[in-house]
Write a protein of this length. Structure first.
Lengths: 526, 326
């Protein structure tokens, strides 16, 4: 692959004006890490306040702002953009395309994110404070009773939504239109498949979220009554619209993570992925089902019994394709020639902990039981098992896995392993006890708690500080690799890794596959 | 899997554009726009005008900057195409982009239609005492009865904002007359019907224009496209007349409870989309008349605009059915 094309421009303009999928991917990844640190800081404030019962550090109102911004920044700023960054780097290299289908729009999708988040973060300094109504921003908390900064929150959501929609349109067009000859749909690596389906989910539900915040805007500023019963509207309507977006959103978060794990586990098991086709169908099934389960977040709002039952059974149904996936990952490892480098450790960590999160999800899906669990720390434990140990662990795995290919340098393996073990232990010390306090009835989003929850909360806080601190090690390891890591001697990097991206030189040149590669006729998956 | 360096026969290089300042400029425009809009709305509602009397200038500057950037963005892509830089594959990327963009718009409208159905089928009857939660009617909104179009808001049923303080964020006053067919005095005075006729015919005229273009009949194309644009302008004009009628004669406003909310948001967003589609078509017309753009085989700008036009037409059919007739 000759580098006859000119390389990157020099200085800041390279990043501002770039149309290169690798540059844009890099910017997304760094931006999302910055948001991860910011959201993490908010989490540390929350855990510091909850270290002991009683009021310690912050005002209750500020505590609410912290839980709200923590959730928003982590979901929309850290997790989602990180996977978009991964998609940018990898999808063209995995399907043999010269770049993303619409490169200038790609750049735009990224660049509206930082000012969007700046606007969101700036609400902290506005009169009345930042949004304090939780990341789910239920009306009327977010309309009638919200601080004026809610207006900027609404526009920030619009901006992030525009970014996500453009990003996913680009991904869909790339995958449908840019595959190298011979790269049929059923030969695409699973990461490409999961992102393909995720992108459909995004174009389908981000506009609905935009609709929800638009109705809020109108209720606040123009006297409409969408979410006000006095005018004939209904605050519960807000929850329906939000969760119609919100539940697919959790799969938007986890499906690309499934994709990563489906690349990493086969590589370190030195076996093709078990049940490739069933993985594709399971992903599609999960995505379709995710549109008809939203009201499992609303069992306690007073839905008719028929509604409770429908959403309960539909939710339980999702566990089936999810189970197929877990089964396939385990079967891939079965009798494999396993080795446990850092990416594999994080993927196995994902597998174990995500499965726990899936089980607690199943417990929550039982409507009568959820009347007890709802809005307690049990729910907090559930979604951190799927979002942190699920999405974030898999993202971490992905960075260790592909970093050598991106930079041409190897990260420090020992430090990587230490990072994993501290993360793993720190994570579980933080969130496992939350199952117990939740079952015992400790409500979420409250800055104080009853004395009997004190021990478990102190454990949680200590675990959180450990987990938080271990991310500094991750940052250090990545920077050290880029600056002075040992040069990778083997172009292939990992002997068991399969896929077009590994056939490229290391580090991957600025422009790749300007001429499409030829894909062998044999099926790529066993 | 092995990668080789040989291009398959007949492969056209996919044009990856050079680095470009368009995205950053568009970002500046967009962010200024939303920031200015936020300031302006907060001034309006929370009334601290002295703090940021500049809000409207921020908004205006943002909009102007944004619109100019988009214009130069489109000009760039048009030039690239005319210079022959676009392979068939690249053109297909634009097709996919437009298609999925329209799909996202469909989902945006879906949220508002879903709201309408939810209110009419579920929330309304519940507020009036039907179903499991019916007891709340006696406690919160005694005397409220539900119909569509509503003749009263729950707040009015209990006697105003002060009587029942729950869930009040303003005064909601029911309209004297609604826009629905049931409330129309004479069918020929009922604007939505005329608007339906206009919009449906405009979908037809844009199709005629397309057929003419496919046969390379330039003047016929210009004529029918011009008619389409004119119909679009008439539609927007009639819609403005309808809003005037609503506000001034019928007392139907955004504050008219959920009927006014759903009515204005659905028809308003639709009207805005008609305006956008009309502008897009107008630009295509100017391109054809002044620049002699488009050939029988290469006219994506026009095609994309016409898809958009058909899309707003379909949305209108649903609006006509569920907002005006049923
Ligand atoms: C087997 C699959 C899953 C099932 C059956 C399930 C079920 C549930 C249920 C019933 C709730 C509502 C609990 C309540 O509020 O009382 C819930 C909450 C939640 N779940 Fe899951 N879940 C599953 C997987 C996931 C995944 C993969 C994610 C994200 C990656 C996720 C993220 C969340 C979040 C964020 C919440 C809490 C939202 C909030 O109220 O703030 N879940 N889950
Ligand atoms: Cu859910």
């Amino acid at each position: 692959m000759g580098d006859h094309h000119h390389g990157p421009a020099k200085g800041l303009s390279r990043w501002l004006f770039t149309t290169n999928h690798k540059d844009i991917g890099t910017m997304y990844l760094w931006f999302s890490f910055a948001m991860f640190i910011l959201g993490g800081t908010f989490a540390m404030i929350i855990r510091a306040e909850l270290f002991q019962p009683g009021m310690q550090l912050v005002e209750p109102g500020f505590f609410n702002q912290m839980t709200t911004l923590h959730g928003l920044v982590m979901v929309f700023g850290a997790i989602m953009p990180s996977f978009v960054g991964l998609a940018n780097w990898l999808i063209p290299m995995m399907i043999g395309a010269p770049d993303m289908a619409l490169p200038r729009m790609n750049n735009w999708s990224f660049w509206i994110l930082p000012p969007g988040f700046l606007m969101l973060a700036s609400t902290l300094f506005m009169e009345g404070g930042a949004p304090a109504f939780g990341w789910t921003f239920y009306a009327p908390l977010s309309t009638t009773y919200a601080a004026p900064s809610v207006t900027f929150f609404i526009f920030a959501i619009h901006v992030l939504g525009i970014s996500s929609i453009m990003g996913s349109i680009n991904i869909i067009a790339t995958i449908m239109n840019m595959r190298a000859p011979g790269m049929t749909y059923m030969k695409m690596p699973l990461f490409v498949w999961t992102w393909f389906i995720t992108a459909f989910l995004l174009v389908a539900v981000m506009p609905v979220l935009a609709g929800a915040v638009t109705m809020m805007l109108m209720d606040i500023h123009f006297g409409t009554s969408f979410f006000s019963a006095a005018g004939g509207g209904d605050p519960v309507l807000f929850q329906h619209i939000f969760w119609f977006f919100g539940h697919p959103e959790v799969y938007i978060i986890i499906l690309p993570a499934f994709g990563v794990v489906s690349q990493v586990i086969p590589a370190f098991s030195r076996k093709p992925l078990f049940g490739y086709a069933s993985m594709v169908y399971a992903t599609a099934a999960i995505a379709i089902l995710s549109f008809v389960v939203w009201a499992h977040h609303m069992y306690t709002v007073g839905m008719p019994v028929a509604g409770e039952l429908f959403f309960m059974y539909a939710t339980m149904l999702i566990a089936v394709p999810t189970g197929v996936k877990v089964f396939n990952w385990v079967s891939t490892m079965w009798r494999g020639s396993l080795s446990f480098e850092t990416p594999m450790l994080f993927s196995i960590g994902f597998l174990v902990l995500f499965t726990i999160g899936g089980f607690t999800g199943l417990m929550l899906s039982i409507a009568p039981a959820d009347f007890q669990y709802h809005d307690t720390y049990f729910v907090v434990a559930h979604f951190h098992y799927v979002m942190v140990a699920g999405a974030v662990f898999s993202m971490t795995s992905a960075v260790y896995f592909w970093l050598p290919k991106w930079t041409g340098r190897m990260y420090n393996e020992t430090m990587g392993k230490v990072h994993f073990w501290i993360s793993f232990v720190g994570f579980n010390v933080t969130f496992f006890p939350q199952h117990f306090v939740g079952l015992a009835g400790m409500p979420r989003r409250v800055p104080d708690y009853a004395l009997q929850f004190a021990d478990f909360n102190m454990m949680s806080s200590i675990g959180a500080f450990v987990y938080g601190a271990s991310q500094i090690m991750f940052l250090y390891n990545v920077i050290a690799t880029i600056v002075s890591g040992e040069k990778v001697s083997d172009e292939q990097v990992w002997d068991g890794a399969e896929g077009l991206e590994w056939t490229l030189p290391t580090p991957a040149p600025y422009h790749t596959f300007e001429v499409p590669p030829k894909i062998e006729a044999t099926p790529a998956h066993g | 899997m092995a990668a080789t360096e040989h291009a398959p026969a007949g492969y056209e290089k996919y044009h990856v554009p050079d680095s470009s300042s368009l995205a950053v400029r568009a970002t500046v425009g967009l962010i200024l726009t939303v920031f200015g809009a936020g300031l302006l709305l907060n001034d309006m509602t929370f009334g601290e005008t002295h703090e940021s009397g500049n809000a409207k200038w921020v908004l205006a500057a943002g909009l102007v900057f944004f619109i100019f950037t988009l214009a130069s963005w489109f000009r760039t892509t048009i030039r690239e195409n005319m210079q022959g830089m676009n392979s068939a594959q690249l053109n297909h990327s634009y097709v996919l982009g437009m298609f999925w963009f329209i799909f996202s718009e469909v989902m945006f409208f879906f949220a508002f239609f879903g709201t309408l159905f939810y209110v009419r089928q579920l929330a309304g009857p519940w507020l009036a005492g039907e179903g499991d939660g019916g007891r709340m009617n006696g406690l919160l909104w005694p005397g409220f009865e539900f119909s569509w179009p509503p003749t009263i808001t729950p707040q009015e049923a209990v006697g105003g904002t002060d009587i029942q303080p729950i869930a009040n964020n303003g005064a909601f006053l029911t309209q004297e007359r609604s826009m629905s067919f049931a409330d129309a005095h004479h069918w020929y005075q009922w604007l939505p019907m005329w608007n339906t006729i206009i919009l449906l015919s405009s979908s037809f005229t844009v199709h005629v224009a397309h057929t003419a273009l496919l046969k390379d009949q330039r003047s016929k194309f210009n004529l029918w496209l011009g008619i389409t644009v004119a119909l679009g302008i008439i539609f927007v004009g009639l819609q403005a007349a309808e809003y005037y009628e609503a506000y001034v004669l019928f007392g139907l406003t955004l504050n008219s409870g959920i009927y006014g909310s759903t009515f204005f948001m659905l028809t308003g967003f639709h009207g805005f989309h008609v305006f956008m589609g009309m502008t897009m078509l107008l630009i295509q017309l100017l391109r054809s008349v002044r620049g002699h753009h488009f050939t029988a085989s290469d006219h994506f700008g026009f095609e994309a605009s016409s898809w958009y036009w058909h899309f707003v037409d379909v949305v209108w059919v649903f609006l006509f059915l569920f907002v005006y007739i049923l």
